[in-house]
Design a protein around this ligand. Structure first.
Ligand code: AMP
Length: 376
């Protein structure tokens, strides 16, 4: 099944958000056709794909029909069910595999995998009832965060406990479902490593990218991150080990905490390109999305060389509070690029697009991208 999928072939992507859109743009630029499947219509991905199929992810017959129309399948968000990935894999290769999806789409499975493989993580325990939560508190330690085990992203389904008495209230918000209790990490900063692993096992990475969150949603990414080289090196080694342990083919992102002592802890793994890697489109020889195309097609991975320091600021629906923003001020700044995702409903907190700026230094790039966003 290791045949190379050459340009002219058709790539299938399950999911239809902005990650699929930027994937489709990269794929089409390289001469591929793109089909997308999701429950939506006129989606960010569908707008730039050759074919947009509207079906539920649990409609396995629709998934099989979709797979029969393409040469290889990937996914753009990790909430695609394992059954859907397996149904597609009956017909064509799915890269990364359903196994990688299975491990990383569920916080408890992912943390257990990481800890089993000796990766550094904050103390945690999976809990399925209030009694288990109360028993876990002294072992995990406080303050802690209770997270839903399944389908969490951007901090959704996370609640903080500072005292044992918080257990009942917090369980009322999260239970009854499997959840993960995690000790709060007193981190200095957060960063990520976006990387790709090819069909032949080749590994490339974009180094450490520094991330700042607001209300649990990524707000600003800056590359290269201002962290000690040893920490960046360790994070890259961990990312490589995660990719190898999963037999991964595609782009993945590992999110890290940098601790006061200079140590690194893994927060989570995303089995796909990542918001923090969007700056690679404007800043690097090969973007994370082109890398995704190359990896899933079995082509050689591209150079990750970064031309200049770069920063990315997300544009959430809040920016549209007074109607469509006037983009002219931001676009008049040198080395600023606008990326919009084609979403028509700018709800508060919804990722609508992003700005990227290049600069002489990471700080200059960050200042420029924030200045650009400030002009909207
Ligand atoms: P997650 O969805 O798990 O990536 O969490 C979103 C954000 O919540 C992270 O990027 C952190 O800013 C914060 N967070 C999550 N888990 C922890 C933790 N154990 N300690 C401190 N902050 C956390």
């Amino acid at each position: 099944m290791n045949r190379i999928v050459m340009p002219g072939a058709t790539l299938g992507v399950l999911g239809s958000g902005q990650l699929g859109r930027m994937f489709a743009l990269a794929a089409r630029r390289m001469g591929y056709r793109v089909h997308t499947l999701s429950p939506g219509e006129d989606t960010p991905t569908g707008q730039v794909a050759d074919v947009e199929i509207t079906a539920e992810y649990d409609d396995l017959e629709a998934i099989r029909t979709f797979a029969a129309g393409v040469d290889v399948v990937t996914f753009e968000f990790e909430s695609v069910s394992i059954e859907a990935a397996d149904a597609a894999a009956e017909i064509v290769p799915v890269r990364p595999t359903g196994h990688a999806l299975y491990v990383t789409q569920h916080r408890a499975r992912e943390k257990s995998f990481l800890s089993l493989k000796g990766m550094p993580v904050t103390p945690f325990e999976a809990v399925a009832s209030l009694e288990e939560l109360m028993a876990a508190i002294p072992r995990v330690g406080l303050p802690a965060i209770l997270k839903t085990a399944a389908f969490g992203y951007d901090g959704k389904g996370q609640h903080r406990l500072t005292r044992p008495e918080d257990a009942e209230r917090v369980w009322g918000l999260v239970g009854p479902q499997l959840a993960l209790l995690e000790r709060v990490v007193d981190f200095v900063l957060e960063f990520s490593v976006v990387a790709a692993r090819g069909l032949d096992g080749a590994f490339v990475h974009y180094g450490a990218i520094e991330n700042t969150h607001r209300d649990h949603i990524l707000d600003l990414s800056v590359a290269p991150a201002g962290i000690p080289v040893e920490a960046a090196h360790e994070a890259v080694q961990i990312t490589r080990a995660v990719a190898e342990e999963l037999g991964y083919v595609g782009v993945l992102c590992v999110e890290f905490f940098l601790t006061a002592s200079g140590g690194v802890l893994v927060n989570e793994v995303a089995p796909r390109p990542h918001n923090s890697g969007h700056l690679t489109i404007d800043a690097c020889a090969t973007s994370q999305f082109e890398q995704q195309v190359r990896a899933m097609c079995g082509l050689p991975l591209g150079s990750t060389a970064q031309r200049r320091p770069a920063a990315m600021a997300n544009l959430l629906g809040d920016v549209w509070a007074q109607g469509e923003p006037d983009w002219s001020g931001a676009l008049a700044l040198p080395d600023v690029a606008l990326h919009l995702y084609g979403k028509s409903d700018p709800r508060a907190g919804r990722k609508m697009g992003h700005l990227t700026a290049l600069g002489e230094t990471p700080l200059a790039a960050a200042e420029r991208v924030l200045a650009a966003r400030g002009l909207l």
